[in-house]
Design a protein around this ligand. Structure first.
Ligand code: F6R
Ligand code: MN
Length: 182
């Protein structure tokens, strides 16, 4: 393998160099996760993006690792803060590390037994997501939230997950957790 010519530019908050791939998720692509599904404006707007290191490893192969930086733009859909769709790993015993790079957010983890935990995400925070755990990131700030992630190449993603908690801004402008049955 060649030397890696890639780095995280912390001032700009982005990966720079060679072999970087991007994926974006618009409101249109993720509107189904929000409780408010009607009267949505600007469906083309990008809610979050992932910058990947393109390391030539094939998804589904065992033994490799993937690295990506997930960034969620600030904002809300209805009362709910912008968030990732959230998923479990198809190869369900594979875990993952997340670590905060910038911004303020929450990591919602729903474990195999349906209990959940919400961790504060901030610059320098470290999060271990065990296997069999659904995970979703939420941006609760007015700035971009960026998080590094490293996971196994055999993990793959299963988006058919249930998240029992929503993170909203209440009428007093405070962050609030609400139970959700859908
Ligand atoms: C990889 C991982 C992250 C997410 C990314 C986007 O296992 O957890 O790279 O894939 O934050 O979130 P989702 O995949 O839920 O749309
Ligand atoms: Mn994951």
């Amino acid at each position: 393998m060649k030397n890696i010519n890639i780095f995280y530019n912390s001032k700009k908050g982005k990966l720079e160099g060679e072999k970087i791939k991007y994926s974006t998720t618009s409101l249109l692509q993720s509107s189904y996760i929000y409780q408010q599904k009607d009267n949505l404006n600007n469906l083309e707007k990008i809610i979050y993006e992932v910058e990947f290191h393109d390391n030539d490893v094939t998804e589904g192969d065992s033994g490799g690792l993937f690295f990506g930086i997930s960034s969620i733009y600030p904002g809300k859909v209805g009362k709910e803060f912008h968030m990732t769709k959230g998923h479990k790993h198809k190869k369900n015993d594979t875990g993952e590390y997340y670590w905060g790079l910038r911004g303020i957010g929450k990591l919602l983890m729903v474990f195999e037994n349906n209990t959940y935990e919400i961790q504060d995400v901030f610059e320098g925070s470290l999060h271990y997501i065990p296997g069999k755990t659904a995970h979703r990131l939420i941006n609760v700030s007015k700035n971009k939230l960026s998080v590094g992630a490293c996971w196994q190449s055999e993990s793959k993603h299963d988006y058919d997950c249930y998240f029992p908690i929503r993170v909203i801004e209440n009428g007093d402008g405070e962050i609030e957790y609400v139970n959700c049955s859908t």
